[in-house]
Ligand binder design. Sequence first.
Ligand code: ATP
Length: 238
Amino acid sequence: MTALLEVQDLRVSYGKIEAVKGISFTVNQGEVTTLIGTNGAGKTTTLRTLSGLLKPTAGTITFDGRPLAAVPAHKIVALGLAHSPEGRHIFPRMTIEENLLLGAFLRNDADGITKDVERAYGLFPILGERRKQAAGTLSGGEQQMLAMGRALMSRPKLLMLDEPSMGLSPLMMQKIMATIIELKADGTTILLVEQNAQAALSLSDRGYVMETGSIVLQGTGADLLHDESVRKAYLGED
Ligand code: ATP
């Protein structure tokens, strides 16, 4: 297994409050890795730090063999790390197609971009059907699809998805999870943050459980799915 991302002893604070307290984890090339944990565990903070939006107070991040600590956010995208944020952050007045094209802002290969827009429409047909409509007219689940499609437009080596199933109907959630499996089959490496532990661990090669800023448990997706403490805390079993 080749590590695409290696995080070591990472610490991140908001002022005096330390939200991430020295975590270490690895994302292997071609795998789906999941961070699970309750609200406030520090998952979003971790992803925002990997994207360069927050500065760590300590620790190292190595992406594709290179240290990320001093690299600004816009250059991190260029290195191949894309982030589909929690809460989606699409541009509601722009069309669906314009939103997708924003994800390709660093590229200048027009033919490749056109191909990838079509690929996004292949993954999410509803986006293709409504490509000229304002993105704000999409449902929550469809906006989530657009956020994922936009992150894919940079042809990332690593796709980070923050709570892609949040607020979605069970059917929509299944669609998003099926797309993650499809992307993995295409060779995309994925770092997933999810509250829906059952769905996320079922499709993950590896998982890490975060609690109040620390990683308290790790293992393969299957190991964690069968772990008694995970089942009690995250899968609602007694
Ligand atoms: P959630 O699923 O609720 O988003 P999370 O695991 O992603 O949870 P974070 O959002 O990373 O958790 O939050 C970790 C801790 O940092 C929490 O205690 C949160 O209140 C705190 N925190 C997050 N953002 C800020 C901020 N901008 N300023 C101060 N504290 C923050």
